[in-house]
Design a protein. Structure first.
Length: 324
C-alpha cells in the first residue's frame, strides 16, 4: 500500500555506477523505485491524519486518506494515520506531528482547540445536533419494567432508582472528556451510583449482555452510533441544560452538551498542500449518513477502511464537488 508505508530504497545511482550503466538507465531505475516507495510520482506533502478511537472518526479518517491517495492533484504524496485520544492528538497537532484530525467534537474538545489556536484551526463542520448522555433499555423503564417511572438523571439520587438501573454507570475510555464530565456529574448531582469507566467496547458488551438477559444497565452513549439501530434505548432527561461554565469549578450538575463535529488542521497545511486544505474546508457528511455508515460497519463487521472505500466509490460526485 504505497500511501501507508514508507520504504527505505536502495540508491539506484550507486548500482548504476558500479555496473557502468548508461545515465538513461539510471533515470529509469530511479523512477521505478520512487513509485514503489511513495505511490504514483511520489511528489507532494507527506501528511499524518490523527484517528480517534471511535468508529465514526476512523471511517472519516480513512475517507480523507483515500481522497488524498486517489487525487494526487491535491498535492499530497503520502498519508500516514495514527490512532490516539483527543489530548495527545491535540498535542501532536501543536507540535506538527499530526496535520489533520476529523471528528473534532465540540464543545467537548473546545479547551484543546483554544490551547492550539496559534498552530491549528477548525476548517469545516462535518455535522451538528448530535446528542449524548445516559441511556437505559426501553424495557427497563416501560410499564412493568424494573425502573418504570424513571425519566430523569436526577432521580438517581434515590437509591431505589439507582438500584433499579444496576447501581453503576458504564462509561468509555478514561481519556475521553465525557468520562471526566460524567465523574463530575455523579458528584455534582449527588447520585447514588458508582462510575465504571473502561472502554467503549466494554460498555457495548455490557449492553449486549444486559439485553440478552433483560437485566438493568445504565450507560453513557452518544450520537452518531450504530448502537441505536440495534437496541431500543431511552435517554434520561436532563434537569439542567448545558451552558457555558458547566464542568468548571463547582458547576457540575448539568447536561453533557449536544455535539457538533469538525475537521481540524494545522494552519501551515494551507501553504504546504493548498488544494488538499481547500478540499478539507468543503468536507461534510450529515449526522444521518454517518450513523448509516456505522450501522453498515457493525452489520457487516467490515473494517473502517472497507466502509470508507465503499463510501468513496459511491460518492464520487460529492467528492468532485469538494475538489472543484
Amino acid at each position: 500500500m504505497p500511501f501507508t508505508t514508507r520504504t527505505r530504497r536502495v540508491a539506484p545511482a550507486l548500482i548504476c555506477a558500479i555496473l557502468l550503466m548508461v545515465a538513461s538507465a539510471c533515470g529509469a531505475s530511479n523512477s521505478q523505485s520512487e513509485q514503489s516507495a511513495g505511490g504514483g510520482s511520489g511528489k507532494g506533502e507527506a501528511i499524518t491524519i490523527g484517528q480517534f478511537s471511535w468508529t465514526g472518526a476512523a471511517v472519516q479518517t480513512q475517507i480523507l486518506k483515500l481522497i488524498a491517495e486517489q487525487h494526487p492533484e491535491l498535492g499530497v504524496g503520502s498519508v500516514d494515520t495514527k490512532q490516539l485520544d483527543p489530548a495527545p492528538g491535540w498535542i501532536g497537532m501543536q507540535k506538527g506531528d499530526i496535520d489533520v484530525m476529523p471528528e473534532v467534537n465540540l464543545p467537548n474538545q473546545q479547551p484543546f482547540v483554544d490551547k492550539a489556536k496559534s498552530e491549528t484551526s477548525l476548517v469545516s463542520k462535518t455535522y451538528g445536533g448530535a446528542t449524548q448522555g445516559w441511556f437505559v433499555p426501553k424495557y427497563l423503564v416501560s410499564k412493568g419494567g424494573a425502573a418504570e417511572g424513571l425519566t430523569s438523571v436526577d432521580q438517581l439520587k434515590d437509591k431505589k432508582w439507582a438500584d433499579a438501573v444496576g447501581g453503576k454507570l458504564y462509561d468509555s475510555d478514561a481519556g475521553w472528556v465525557t468520562t471526566k464530565q460524567n465523574d463530575k456529574r455523579i458528584k455534582g448531582f449527588n447520585l447514588a451510583i458508582t462510575h465504571s469507566p473502561s472502554s467503549e467496547a466494554a460498555t457495548l458488551a455490557q449492553i449486549k449482555r444486559s439485553y440478552q438477559r433483560k437485566e438493568p444497565v445504565l450507560a453513557y452513549l452518544y450520537h452518531p452510533h450504530w448502537v441505536f439501530e440495534k437496541y431500543d434505548l431511552v435517554q434520561l432527561k436532563e434537569p439542567k441544560p448545558y451552558q457555558t461554565g458547566c464542568f468548571e469549578g463547582s458547576e457540575n450538575d448539568c447536561a453533557i452538551p449536544t455535539l457538533s463535529a469538525y475537521v481540524g488542521a494545522r494552519k501551515d497545511l494551507k501553504e504546504r498542500a493548498p488544494k488538499y486544505y481547500a478540499m478539507l474546508q468543503k468536507f461534510n457528511i450529515s449526522l444521518t449518513d454517518v450513523e448509516k455508515l456505522l450501522a453498515q460497519q457493525q452489520d457487516s463487521n467490515a473494517s473502517p477502511e472497507k466502509i470508507a472505500k465503499e463510501w468513496v466509490a459511491a460518492n464520487q460526485s460529492t467528492i468532485d464537488s469538494w475538489i472543484k
